[in-house]
Design a protein around this ligand. Structure first.
Ligand code: COA
Length: 156
C-alpha cells in the first residue's frame, strides 16, 4: 500500500538519493550541490515542504515545494520544485497522488501553485493538463555568476 506523508529531517538521505536519480535522469547531475546534510537542514525549514510516497519497499517518489512571497499579489505562492517517481513504480498513479497531496497543501492557505515543465516533455504536459493545470509557454533565463561578472567587467 502506498502512503504519502510529509518528509522530516530523518528523510534527508533517501531524499538526497532520489534528487540525484532525478537529476541524472535529466542529465543535470553536475548541478546538484545539495547533499544529505544540507537536506536535513532544509527539511527543518517551515517554508520547505516535501512529500514522500512510500510503500513496503521504502520511498518510491517525492515532490518538493517552497512557499515564497509573490510580489504582485503581496501574498505567498507554493513553488513546486520537483516531482519524481522511481522508475519501477511509474504509471500506477503515484505521481497523481503526489500532486493531489500538493493540492491539499496549497488549499490550506488558498495558494497558487507554480512550476515549470520542459517544452519537449509532452508526457509531463499531458499529465499536468489532466490535473486541470494551466500550461503557458514562457522561456526562462538565467545569469550565472561567471556570466554577469563578464558583463560587469565589460560595462562601465
Ligand atoms: C512524471 C512522473 C512523476 C509521473 O509519475 P507516475 O507515478 O508515473 O504518474 P501517474 O501514474 O500518476 O501518471 C502516469 C502519466 O504520467 C505521464 N508522465 C508525465 N511525465 C512523464 C515523464 N517525464 N516520463 C514518463 N511519464 C510521464 C505518463 O506518460 C502517464 O501519462 P499518459 O498515460 O498520458 O502517458 C514520473 O514519470 C517521473 O518521475 N518522471 C521523471 C521525472 C519527471 O519527468 N518529472 C516531472 C518533471 S516536470
Amino acid at each position: 500500500m502506498t502512503v504519502i506523508r510529509e518528509a522530516t529531517p530523518a528523510d534527508a538521505a533517501v531524499l538526497d538519493a532520489m534528487v540525484r536519480e532525478l537529476a541524472a535522469h535529466e542529465g543535470d547531475l553536475a548541478h546538484v550541490h545539495v547533499d544529505a546534510a544540507a537536506w536535513s537542514e532544509l527539511l527543518a525549514r517551515p517554508d520547505v515542504r516535501v512529500l514522500i510516497a512510500e510503500d513496503e519497499s521504502g520511498a518510491i517518489g517525492f515532490t518538493s515545494t517552497v512557499r515564497r512571497i509573490h510580489l504582485w499579489t503581496g501574498g505567498d505562492l507554493l513553488a513546486l520544485d520537483d516531482l519524481y517517481v522511481r522508475p519501477d513504480h511509474r504509471d500506477k498513479g503515484v505521481g497523481s497522488r503526489l500532486m493531489t497531496a500538493v493540492a491539499r497543501l496549497a488549499a490550506e492557505d488558498d495558494l497558487l501553485v507554480q512550476w515549470g515543465v520542459r517544452l519537449d516533455n509532452h508526457a509531463g504536459q499531458r499529465f499536468y493538463a489532466r490535473l486541470g493545470a494551466t500550461l503557458n509557454t514562457k522561456m526562462t533565463a538565467s545569469w550565472a555568476p561567471a556570466q554577469y561578472r563578464r558583463h560587469l567587467a565589460t560595462t562601465r
